[in-house]
Design a protein. Structure first.
Lengths: 114, 287
């Protein structure tokens, strides 16, 4: 089973920290899906990849201006999937650009589960 | 355990300060107790938990007061808290703030068409049977800081519009907020199930706190369980499977309500704060 390499972990952490979170865990397979907001998030060009191939792909990810959906499939003893949405720095600027008139939204309830 | 309703909350990278900070561990298996395995842990939802004082980020957590199903109380700092909880669950348990190795738990997926992708059910299945459905082995904190007890992500939002619409579609069931265990409920004049299209969108709460939406929240048996005045009702989950199945890239098609998010700028949120949702999210929700 592959384990995250600390040096690579640090490199990931520079631009796509959610990915670093994913890579800090043991994983056996990583699948990358392009998630293009302009296409309604439906453009999947995901490729089944090994974790090693994923590491090689990360420089490309950090240059993209769109979010990427990352799926990490963990070991056979707990074959859960995890999802990480990577936001390259350039993509973060589009967040919170405002809301349209007539769509007032407010916080109605707040909950914490100790 | 049932949570506490707040008027204000400080939110950091790990979500609401003190959120999902405690868990019950089964020392025999090393797994976290989850009400998603109701036969063993359903009583969790008959317990209420609240901090005795507001937790501060970076400071040790204050004690938690736990109200047991019979109305008795115990505290996270009481010497006999494990004994009291062990008596409740009928097995030795430990209350902890430290995630066990693997942070695993067992979850039962009821046999309701469309709730969960078939391949997920098959791949996650573990040995053992449960009369309520497929027993699966999962891990907590998959998209949240390591060692936390979140199901997936550190922040969980949903809109009143979605719950209201479910109530209109299936009036026999009660789609109450506590069934979904969100952190932030957003009141908005917005399309029902708008959260389906928010993946990748930014949310701003008040002046400082911002978050980025990850994926729609996949729903499970938890929403069907009795808690407080709410009855056991599989219809709650069946309704979502009937009316709001969402394809999540790479994960298949799930029955969803609300959305998971990750904090992008920590800050304080309080009731009545304005919520700003970026335009792209609206566009996707309408398409």
């Amino acid at each position: 089973m592959l384990r995250a390499d600390p040096a690579r972990h640090e490199r990931l952490d520079q631009g796509v920290d959610e990915l670093a979170l994913g890579m800090s865990r043991e994983c056996t397979e990583v699948r990358v899906h392009r998630h293009d907001p302009a296409l309604g998030g439906r453009d999947q060009d995901g490729i089944g990849q090994s974790a090693e191939e994923f590491y090689e792909l990360t420089p490309c990810i950090s240059k993209r201006s769109m979010a990427l959906l990352i799926v990490v499939r963990r070991g056979p003893e707990s074959s859960a999937s995890a999802v990480f949405l990577a936001h390259p720095p350039s993509a973060r600027h589009h967040a919170c650009v405002g809301t349209s008139p007539g769509r007032n939204a407010s916080v109605a309830e707040l909950w914490r589960y100790p | 355990m049932l949570g506490e309703r707040l008027e204000v909350a400080d939110v950091a990278d790990a979500g609401f300060t003190g959120d999902r900070a405690h868990a019950v561990i089964d020392p025999a298996t090393g797994k976290v107790g989850s009400a998603k395995h109701p036969r063993l842990w359903g009583a969790l939802l008959q317990c209420e938990a609240r901090y005795l004082s507001p937790p501060d980020a970076g400071a040790p957590l204050p004690p938690v007061r736990i109200t047991l199903p019979d109305g008795d109380e115990t505290g996270s700092d009481d010497p006999d808290v494990d004994e009291r909880l062990s008596a409740l669950f009928g097995r030795p348990v430990q209350l902890t703030t430290v995630a066990p190795e693997g942070n695993g738990y067992l979850a039962v997926w009821p046999d309701i068409d469309g709730v969960v992708p078939d391949d997920f059910r098959e791949q996650s299945a573990v040995e053992g049977t449960d009369p309520e459905g497929t027993l699966t082995g999962l891990s907590l904190g998959l998209a949240s800081p390591p060692g936390t007890f979140f199901d997936v992500a550190a922040l969980h939002v949903l809109t009143t519009a979605t719950l209201e619409r479910l109530g209109e579609l299936e009036p026999a069931s009660r789609f109450a907020v506590p069934r979904y265990r969100p952190n932030i409920v957003i009141d908005a004049t917005i399309e029902p199930f708008a959260e389906n299209g928010w993946s990748g969108a930014g949310l701003r709460f008040g002046d400082v706190l911002t978050a980025s939406v990850l994926i729609p929240t996949m729903r499970c048996i938890m929403t069907t369980l009795a808690q407080g005045e709410l009855p056991r009702d599989n219809g709650v989950l069946r309704a979502v499977a009937r009316h709001n199945r969402v394809e999540i890239p790479g994960l298949g098609t799930w029955s969803c309500v609300g959305a998971y998010a990750t904090v992008t700028a920590p800050g304080r949120v309080q009731l009545g704060d304005e919520v700003v949702i970026d335009e792209a999210a609206y566009a996707r929700a309408r398409s």
